[in-house]
Unconditional design. Sequence first.
Length: 286
Amino acid sequence: MSQLAEIRRSVESYRMTGFITGALQEISAVKMQDLRRQFEQNALFFAGVRDVYAIVKAHADDIIKKANETPKPQPRDIYIGLTSNRRFNGTLNRDIVRSLVAMLGTVENSDFLIIGLTGAQYLEETSVPDKVKRSAFDDDIPNTTELQNILSLITEYRRVFVVYPKFVNPFRQDVVMTDITQTPTVVTPVMKADYIFEPEIEGMLAFFEAQVRRALFERILLETELARAASRTIKMQNARDRANNLRDGFQQDLRHEYASQADIELLETFIGFSFWKHTSGNTNTV
């Protein structure tokens, strides 16, 4: 009976696990749908802002170069990896850390920063933990103060590269890198066209440096959270399927155990009956 009790406990345990992971999957799915709706609604706006920012920056850089015979030393660049404070995101956090660490030996005059508790933990497993700064928000989405602090930090850099999980579809999330300063590497005909800037381009550039970086960074935070929600949804689905399969296996074991127990009891009954009949027959003979 102890084995039966153990199997019953296993069945109940995996039944509850399947129920909990199913509920978490539904929560993640609802959150993913909401985030995806927000992300798609703002897609055209952010694409337009990004393009205008690139044009303004290209013209401003060109004017600055023409006005100064001796170029000023350029500020440093920064590479930021966005990871989560929580797990259940598949391999996204580890892949982000690996991508960031792989760049250490390929770029110069740059700083590196990992945001998120899991990223800091994975960083300790590498051979270069001291070369990357670490930080974390109280939650995966920064509050107003935390966002302002990170924006104040990145204003000191010429280019800001963010490594984060990009949402492709509910079943796929890729680790990508985006320069949120939108510094053009190739000057296109659109950028070279003559534009009339009002106010002066210096004023427009100051606006973009202060505000558009914020908008583009918030856009990346939204897409990062969308990718995490999608990854958690699939993770919970896999966990629920695994729990249900294990539960079904133990239920089959339970049925076999019940059948075996019934056979044993039936056999004991026959043995007892035969023993009683043999004893009874001997008594009558005497």
